[in-house]
Write a protein that binds this ligand. Structure first.
Ligand code: DOR
Ligand code: ZN
Length: 432
């Protein structure tokens, strides 16, 4: 579905004087001052805000099928639209697992019916996420969803031979393999970052080496296969150094960082509140600062939310028993403003790069992450950089409320989101 909308009084990339942007039948038709809306077109008053290309999230967990009590494709799509997203990639660790085209096509079609954001299913790399046998990647790619990204996220493809084969098949298909880098033999029973805080609190530690050993291994496998690998949720300063090294060698490796690893660290664990439990775990201040710099420098390519809804009974319990994960879609942009824009590490062009352009390029989406120019798709996000708001978990569109940011003040607001000329969210409400 496409639409027509006049977005008035906005500054593309936060640069220059405010202009109007007219989208007709899903594409940008005109950019300039004083445009008038044609009959039947919707209107958005940008109030001098920043216009960016719609955001693309390579790492979202929706819980449909299987755990519709915690998130559905509809509720997750609403959270995404409110967060400024026009495309999300829904991870395969549903129940049943998205390891076949029946499920991946269902996810894609449901997302299109909802119509708030393009929900691209991620296919599992291995059958049932069991790490034993490759899933039918070709069938998922050939289906209606045209699956272009595969991951066992939640679990690591730890068998090096299987990972090698997955990369070789992915090369033939022209699809992306995304790795949850966690050597499972090093994280048995682990619930928190291995360091002084976990030691003091008596929490079993998840060492940095569990992530870094897989990152370097997969860089070498990608080099030898002559193909690409994407690292999910990079969380350590060591991973940054390994990515830097691999990129210097010309290895086709890309990586994302989550908003929570940019904002929070393991000092949050002192209350034993499992809202702070996440995988990979919140690390130390030094890791956080290294990740911010790496995102600014392009060593880490983009932001991925790892939006992970969980029911309250799965989070409000003993730390060791709680599920890992936190909500991310509705708070991502203001956290990037807080951690990257305000300290001067990124300007708005940079925000467009890490939240829209790079993720779209990494996964090969040609209709997202495009420049704001005449003829380009009308996938756009209006940001109000001045209006702050206070997070209330219960008020988020997600069916779950496991946000670590409850009662925190966020420095910027997504004023409106536009998908192919259709306004999907405005003033904190979805339109469909
Ligand atoms: O914290 C996490 N939650 N990390 C993962 O890898 C999986 C995710 C989930 O599915 O809840
Ligand atoms: Zn993961």
């Amino acid at each position: 579905m496409t639409g027509s909308v006049l977005i008035s009084d906005v500054r593309p990339y936060g640069e220059g004087d405010a202009v109007d942007v007219l989208v007709v039948d899903g594409s940008i038709a005109e950019i300039g001052p004083g445009l008038t809306a044609p009959d039947g077109a919707d209107t958005v008053d940008g109030r001098g805000g920043v216009l960016l290309p719609g955001f693309v999230d390579l790492h979202t967990h929706l819980r449909e099928p299987g755990r519709e009590d915690t998130e559905t494709i509809r509720s997750g799509s609403a959270a995404a639209a409110l967060g400024g997203y026009t495309a999300v990639f829904a991870m395969a660790n549903t129940n049943p697992v998205a390891d076949n085209s029946t499920i991946t096509d269902h996810v894609w079609r449901t997302g299109q019916e909802v119509g708030l954001v393009d929900v691209h299913p991620v296919g599992a790399i291995t059958v049932g996420l069991q790490g034993k046998q490759l899933a039918e990647m070709g069938m998922m790619n050939a289906g209606a969803a045209g699956v272009r990204m595969f991951s066992d996220d939640g679990k690591c493809v730890d068998d090096p031979l299987l990972m090698r084969r997955a990369l070789e098949y992915a090369k033939g298909l022209g699809v992306l393999i995304a790795q949850h880098a966690e050597e499972p033999r090093l994280t048995v029973g682990a619930v928190a970052h291995e360091g002084p805080n976990a030691a003091r609190l008596g929490l079993a530690g998840w060492p940095r080496a569990a992530e870094e050993s897989i990152v370097v291994r997969d860089a070498l496998l990608a080099r030898d296969a002559g193909t690409r690998v994407h690292i999910c949720h990079a969380s350590t300063a060591g991973t940054v150094e390994l990515l830097r090294w691999a990129k210097e060698q010309g290895i086709a490796i890309t990586a994302e960082v989550t908003p929570h690893h940019l904002l929070l660290d393991d000092s949050r664990l002192a209350t034993y509140d499992a809202v702070n439990k996440v995988n990979p775990p919140l690390r130390e201040e030094s890791d956080k600062l290294a990740l911010r710099q790496a995102l600014a420098d392009g060593i880490v390519d983009c932001v991925g939310t790892d939006h992970a809804p969980h029911a309250s009974q799965e989070k409000c319990c003993e730390f060791a028993q709680a599920r890992p994960g936190m909500l991310g879609l509705e708070t991502a942009l203001p956290i990037i403003v807080d951690t990257m824009v305000t300290p001067g590490l990124l300007d708005w062009r940079g925000v467009a790069r890490v939240m829209s352009e790079r993720p779209a390029q990494i996964v090969g989406l040609t209709d997202q992450g495009r420049p704001i120019e005449v003829g380009e798709p009308g996938n756009l996000t209006v940001v109000d950089p001045e209006t702050s708001w206070v997070v209330r978990g219960a008020e988020l569109a997600s069916l779950s409320d496991n946000t670590p940011y409850d009662a925190m003040t966020m420095p910027a607001t997504v004023a409106a989101t536009v998908l192919r000329g259709v306004v999907t969210a405005r003033q904190g409400k979805v339109t469909r």
